[in-house]
Write a protein that binds this ligand. Structure first.
Ligand SMILES: Cc1cc2nc3c(=O)[nH]c(=O)nc-3n(C[C@H](O)[C@H](O)[C@H](O)COP(=O)(O)O)c2cc1C
Length: 183
């Protein structure tokens, strides 16, 4: 089985990255093939509003977003990691998700390619008692549903601000490892 993770934090080695790494380590321990993609390494640009054009529903640009989504559709499990920025996911992850709308391969739209696959979400945030986590998760749950993907779980670390803070949250790290193993 293949597990691919997209890290939507610009901080390599930050809290989101550490949790994602733990999930992938667990998945590797369970014998799965894993890959981690730092979205920050790609020059993702916003979706172009060509979707109103009934001709295509395809993005004429065929750029890095296309390359990354190609990777995504080849995986059985997709891990989306993001810091909470302004009570939502990071702009970086959102840029990537928006680009899903114009993806096609061999005439198939994304949802036809993702049906039956699984999604995992990782969130890291500074607020120690965020009452709004469900509102951050809600669009991602809806996205999974839209793509006919199964929600395979989430790991939420609250009260982590600086890189390294996550090391004082062994419970979140072990939750991530266990989730990875269970995939
Ligand atoms: C632009 C920006 C907005 C943020 N907004 C929130 C927020 O709404 N709620 C929160 O709890 N933390 C917020 N934070 C803090 C980050 O979520 C926190 O530092 C997190 O651990 C960063 O994860 P990372 O190390 O993976 O980048 C924000 C940080 C930045 C830079």
């Amino acid at each position: 089985m293949k597990v691919i993770a997209f890290v939507g934090s610009p901080r390599k080695g930050g809290n989101t990255d550490r949790l994602v790494e733990e999930i992938l380590t667990g998945a590797m321990e369970a014998g799965h093939q894993t890959e981690k993609v730092y979205l920050m390494d790609y020059a993702l640009t916003p979706i172009d509003a060509v979707y109103g054009d009934e001709m295509s529903w395809t993005d004429p640009r065929q750029d890095v977003a296309d390359e990354l989504i190609n990777k995504m559709v080849q995986a059985d499990v997709v891990v989306l990691g993001s810091p909470v920025y302004w009570f939502g996911i990071s702009g970086l992850l959102k840029l990537f998700i928006d680009r899903w709308s114009l993806y096609q391969r061999d005439g198939q739209r994304l949802m036809e390619l993702t049906a039956g696959r699984r999604m995992v979400v990782v969130l890291a945030m500074a607020d120690p008692q965020p009452g709004y986590v469900e509102t951050v998760l809600a669009p991602l749950r809806q996205a999974a549903k839209w793509l006919k993907m199964e929600w395979a779980g989430q790991v939420i670390a609250s009260g982590v601000s600086d890189p390294g803070d996550i090391e004082s949250h062994p419970q979140a790290l072990s939750e991530a490892r266990e989730l990875g193993k269970s995939l």
